[in-house]
Design a protein around this ligand. Structure first.
Ligand code: KIV
Length: 312
């Protein structure tokens, strides 16, 4: 399990790791992630599971709903995350209409997430009616996480994202969904936006790891949308208290860049003409660099290999 010093314990996070942690009641940490660079940092911090969520439609592509997530983009982003964090379990969210219309198409799309997308597991927003599809997927070797409770891909039906399971009848429905999906072979469950008692009930009934989002502390693993956790989104759901104000930090850094550009301090470390070369125009002499300009934040070599251009 990566713990920030992956050299010490380089074993990859697998389903087996998560099953053991669930058995031992050691909570595991999951976050959404959509790119290789961020994936490297999150892996280095010891995050166990990276979900390439269809929330990419919102936080990466700027749509107002996850239903807009394009399948090919989701597959490409998933592969990027896995390349950035090869030893972390990477879960791919199957986008709206990539698995609902037709089982054969769903199987082929799930297969693409594993082969082209390098995913370790796919996640479907599902209720018990999807159990036959989950059975077909697991029969051919696709590991499936069944996402129950609040299902954002159905938010069009309710007019927005909503919580679920707040009545005894609805709680029972969600527990039944979870049981049906596990019974069909789902190797993991994710439960979203339900009262903690409902999640605890699912954990009690399930024999696979259960990840929660806004579902209370009983779940074996916990997940948030990364941009919510980092304080980059304009608002966060009530269960996603940010631990940083990265949005403001980015704006401050960008303001500094705007100033540097305006003051012609950008690109202070310029390349030099090869010895003996001269040009018909006399370029402006580079200014000497003020303290800090051009310096880079120290990053561990293993996490951030130098780009080729840096070597020359
Ligand atoms: O797409 C996503 O990010 C998700 C999480 C909210 C669990 O499904």
């Amino acid at each position: 399990m990566p713990d920030g010093s992956s050299q010490v314990d380089p074993s990859p996070v697998t389903l087996r790791t998560l099953r053991r942690m669930a058995r031992e009641r050691a909570p595991f940490a999951c976050l959404t992630c959509y790119d290789a660079t961020t994936a490297r940092w999150l892996a280095q911090a010891g995050v166990h599971v990276l979900l390439v969520g269809d929330t990419a439609a919102e936080v990466v592509l700027g749509f107002d709903s996850t239903v807009h997530m394009p399948l090919d983009v989701a597959i490409a982003l998933t592969a990027g995350v896995k390349r950035g964090a090869p030893r972390t379990l990477v879960m791919a969210d199957m986008p709206f209409m990539s698995y609902q219309a037709d089982d054969a198409e769903a199987l082929r799309n799930a297969g693409r997430f594993l082969t082209e997308g390098l995913a370790d597991i796919v996640k479907l927003e599902a209720d018990a009616s999807f159990a036959p599809l989950v059975r077909k997927m697991t029969r051919v070797g696709v590991p499936v996480c069944g996402h129950v409770g609040s299902l954002p891909q159905r938010s069009g039906l309710t007019g927005g994202y909503t919580s679920r399971g707040r009545s005894a009848a609805d709680a029972q429905r969600i527990v039944d969904d979870a049981k049906a999906l596990e019974g069909a072979g789902a190797v993991m469950l994710l439960v979203e936006a339900v009262p903690p008692q409902v999640a605890a009930w699912i954990v009690e009934e399930a024999s696979v790891p259960v990840i929660g989002i806004g579902a209370g502390p009983a779940c074996h693993g916990q997940i948030l949308v990364l941009q919510d956790l980092l304080g980059m989104t304009p608002w966060q759901p009530r269960f996603a208290t940010p631990v940083a104000r990265l949005g403001e930090a980015i704006a401050t850094a960008a303001r500094t860049w705007v100033q540097r550009v305006a003051q012609r301090e950008a690109s202070a470390h310029a390349y030099e003409l090869a010895p003996g070369e001269c040009l018909p125009i006399q370029g402006e002499q580079p200014r000497s660099s003020p303290a800090g300009i051009g310096s880079t934040v120290d990053a561990p070599d293993s996490a951030f290999p130098k780009r080729a251009a840096d070597e020359t």
